[in-house]
Design a protein around this ligand. Structure first.
Ligand code: NAG
Ligand code: NAG
Ligand code: NAG
Ligand code: NAG
Ligand code: NAG
Ligand code: NAG
Length: 766
């Protein structure tokens, strides 16, 4: 719940009550009070909860002799103390030293007649993956293991050469019920130990201090090179009885998020099975846990949209839209603004500051530019000409002033705040809607300026925002894109950059969201937008931050999208998805953003990039200039969607769970929406519905919607993710059936939009 922000002047310092820079963050259970960590061996287990993915617990090692004192894995430990050993009669009373876990204490096995003999009944008969002996021998001494039929297997022969060394015998691959050691001379055992069925395991365990509802666990758990063969994630209520909740890949380099069935537990552990190689240590870096909503928290509370889908959808472009010509020379709709304006109501430009000024302290000389003499930095440049063409394609222009520490380093700014103020004021004076030529509606103070120090950026933001607003109140001002969920990622955390003193001149908050997650092997993948693990959910923490600190300011998502091949251009990144997925995740993603109350969703990118095929090179609505900007499936999908429901708005959620997402759309949205599906259907003109799963999943599922009185489903479209006229198909009786008020929809991963008609005559539907 947002608190009122009150501003108080106190000796020149603004104190803001209710401002919380970390309001977006859902604290991990492992970062709360009274959490402790223990491990089976090694040093610094506490590093797995220190909020740093790059420092780690290091285990001890099992082999050659590191496991002797481990009660949990040395299956012979304490056997002699329990009376399981015998030494043929002539031993001193020190036989317990053979299995006491301590190689510095010695059990003497003396000759009784012709033989010195030591036998040990294995407490829990099992396969012994390793038998370790550290002894002192005076002659040939054999080690035998007896199987269940009491057959003797001679496993090894010791001689004085082996004295004082740990000898590991690896071949007792049968159920061993007894071990024996025999010699014609006296011998001593410093230790005899064994690893059983489970082999060598290491565990690091977090005690949350109290029961917590755990549904999501994030681990950075890379065990080290070839260190482990298996890794089990387990939970426990009491620290004694464990439940294996997932098998993880011990070779995964990046952090992995695992969803589990939500349950109240107090203990979380990573249990590694260690490869049986000498001196293998296990590493573990970080463990975090949350409820079923995970790090992103609960979904945004839906409210009826103020913007239609047409108004929401925009596109990211650049000067000349890939043609290397001014856009005013692009006069047909095969490229440039007229092509992309078919699906975008606004366009965002990466407006490079270095095209305006060679030094951040200089004046851009926009008046000179208007007189045909270019900007201070580029003699040939005329932004007016470019932006006029964008406006003429009916796209409102949002310029993202592009500057980073790499392109405009901190040391170049002599007077950061004053220089930023001046540049902002000049931009507003020249392009602003009420004080300038009106070619630009919105200005972003940086795109992703994530390589500046936070405090430096905050100063520039303060100066530039006040410069822009001091001239033109009608200009919409945004900060650069930041995230509100990860404080540890200090490069782009909003909490240290957007501050009470610079937020006063900001109108809208700015978010980039891409649907990535790390798969089980730790490889980053593109995924469907509803995936609980997807970064696409970063709208949730961002909205919580907004609700707490800047409640009245809308959110624009100024970059989102997927990379895909298609149109003869390949896509070579682990994050690439299919052309069909790009198209249909595009529609589903737009619905999610509409339902999350954003005011703009600006697709990245207008076209593929022509000189690369890696991440963000294949995000285009069209192919690249090389292949003549052919429309990809995602272009057709948006075009068809806007033709169908472009003037409609999201009204409310009819259903939103694993079995299906069903939203109601309409042209006049009401102000109060709750989970009462008959309310959200009042006034609805369409339903959009789909299965929130991966596009490759061929499942279908039926959901039943109760329509309000007088409403009838009347055809509609299913979006197929194909190109051209194949991008949609009409709905048939297998897609939906209506019986009385009851509408049955067959949902697939391909979203369907069902038309609703409302008749005053209730007789129509009986
Ligand atoms: C938990 O931590 C708090 C604050 O550090 C402390 O006051 C409280 O006694 C602790 N509770 C337990 C059960 O240890
Ligand atoms: C030793 O005996 C105790 C008590 O019977 C038992 O709990 C323990 O598991 C035994 N240990 C071994 C190694 O057999
Ligand atoms: C041990 O025996 C099991 C079951 O018979 C077999 O699967 C495994 O490969 C054997 N291991 C070795 C090292 O011989
Ligand atoms: C822009 O909008 C106007 C008014 O709706 C319309 O007449 C014109 O055709 C549109 N231009 C383009 C390029 O779509
Ligand atoms: C900014 O760039 C300069 C070099 O131009 C570099 O020395 C400095 O470390 C950079 N700042 C950050 C925060 O990376
Ligand atoms: C839903 O709304 C309708 C109409 O306002 C009302 O009659 C019905 O009782 C509500 N149902 C629930 C479960 O709140």
């Amino acid at each position: 719940m947002a608190l009122l922000s009150l501003y108080t002047w106190c000796l020149g310092v603004i104190i803001v009550y209710g401002w919380d820079p970390d309001a977006g963050i859902i604290k991990s259970y492992t970062k709360m009070n009274n959490v402790t960590v223990t491990a089976t061996s090694g040093t610094h287990p506490e590093l797995v909860i220190d909020s740093d993915d790059n420092v780690n617990w290091v285990s001890g090692y099992c082999l050659p002799g590191g496991y002797f004192n481990r009660d949990d894995i040395n299956v012979l430990k304490g056997a002699c103390a329990n009376g399981s050993c015998s030494s043929g009669g002539a031993a001193k009373g020190d036989i317990i030293s053979a299995t006491d876990g301590n190689a510095y204490t010695v059990a003497h096995v003396n000759k009784n007649g012709v033989q010195a003999a030591f036998t040990l009944a294995v407490p829990v008969p099992q396969r012994l993956q390793v038998i370790s002996v550290n002894g002192i021998f005076h002659g040939i001494t054999t080690l035998s293991a007896y199987d269940e039929q009491m057959n003797e297997h001679v496993l090894h022969t010791f001689t004085p050469v082996d004295n004082y060394k740990v000898k590991n015998i690896l071949d007792a691959n049968f159920t061993v019920i007894k071990l024996g050691m025999y010699s014609a001379s006296d011998f001593s055992l410093k230790e005899i130990a064994a690893l059983g069925n489970e082999g060598c395991t290491e565990q690091v365990m977090v005690d949350l201090g109290e029961d917590r509802r755990v549904g999501t666990i994030r681990t950075r758990h890379w065990a080290g090179n070839n260190a482990a063969s298996r890794l089990v994630l387990r939970t426990s209520v009491d620290g004694q009885t464990w439940k294996d909740v997932a098998e993880l890949d011990p070779g995964a380099l990046r952090p992995i998020t695992t969803n589990i069935i939500p349950e109240n537990v107090r203990f979380i552990a990573l249990k590694y099975t260690v490869n049986l190689v000498n001196y293998k240590h296990i590493y573990s870096y970080e463990i975090d846990a949350w409820d079923e909503h995970g790090v992103y928290g609960a979904p945004v509370t839906p409210i009826p949209q103020s913007k239609s889908f047409k108004e929401l959808l925009g596109v990211n472009g650049i000067w000349g839209w890939g043609t290397k010509q001014y856009s005013d020379s692009l006069t047909s709709n095969v490229n440039g603004p007229l092509l992309y304006g078919q699906v975008a109501s606004h366009a965002r430009n990466y407006h490079s500051m270095t095209w305006d000024i060679n030094d951040p302290d200089l004046d851009p000389e926009f008046q000179e530019m208007a007189n045909g003499h270019g900007t201070q930095a580029k003699w040939w440049l005329d932004w007016d000409k470019e932006y006029r063409a964008w406006n003429n394609a009916n796209m409102s222009v949002d310029i993202s002033l592009q500057f980073t520490n790499k392109t405009v380093p901190e040391h170049l700014w002599d007077t950061p705040e004053a220089s930023a103020h001046h540049y902002g004021a000049e931009i507003a004076k020249h392009f602003g809607p009420s004080q300038g030529n009106g070619l630009v509606q919105a200005v972003e103070i940086g795109n992703e300026p994530w390589d500046y120090r936070a405090s430096f950026y905050a100063t520039v933001l303060r100066g530039m925002a006040s410069g822009l607003k001091s001239i033109d109140k009608m200009l919409t001002v945004l900060p650069a894109a930041f995230q509100a969920d990860d404080k540890e990622d200090t490069s782009n955390y909003i909490g240290t950059r957007v501050l009470p003193d610079n937020a006063v001149n900001i109108d809208v908050l700015n978010l980039h969201t891409y649907s990535f997650y790390n798969d089980n092997a730790g490889v980053r993948r593109g995924t469907y937008p509803e995936n609980k693990m997807s970064m696409f959910n970063n709208i949730r923490p961002f909205t919580r931050w907004r609700d707490t600190n800047t409640l009245s300011k809308p959110i624009w998502v100024t970059e989102w999208g997927w990379d895909a091949d298609g149109g003869g251009e390949d896509c070579r990144a682990s994050e690439c998805v299919s052309p069909k997925a790009q198209a249909l995740y595009g529609i589903r993603g737009l619905m999610l953003l509409a339902r999350s109350n954003v005011e703009r969703a600006t697709w990245y990118f207008y076209a593929n990039t022509d000189d690369c095929n890696t991440l963000f090179c294949r995000s285009g609505l069209t192919t690249s200039v090389t292949t003549h900007f052919q429309k990809k499936a995602v272009f057709y999908a948006f075009q068809a969607l806007l033709q169908h429901v472009g003037d409609s708005k999201f009204i409310g959620i009819v259903q939103e769970d694993d079995k299906g997402f069903v939203y109601s759309l309409g042209s006049n949205t009401k102000s109060n929406v709750n989970d009462n599906s008959s309310n959200v259907l009042q006034g609805a003109s369409h339903l959009v519905a789909w299965l929130p799963i991966d596009i490759d999943d061929m499942s279908s599922h039926q959901v039943i919607i109760n329509l309000p009185k007088g409403y009838t489903a009347n055809g509609g479209l299913r979006y197929t993710g194909q190109t051209g006229t194949q991008s949609t198909r009409s709905l048939h009786s297998h897609d939906f059936t209506q019986s009385g008020h009851s509408l049955t929809l067959t949902l697939t991963t391909e979203p369907m939009v069902v038309n609703l008609v409302h008749s005053q005559d209730p007789g129509i539907i009986g």
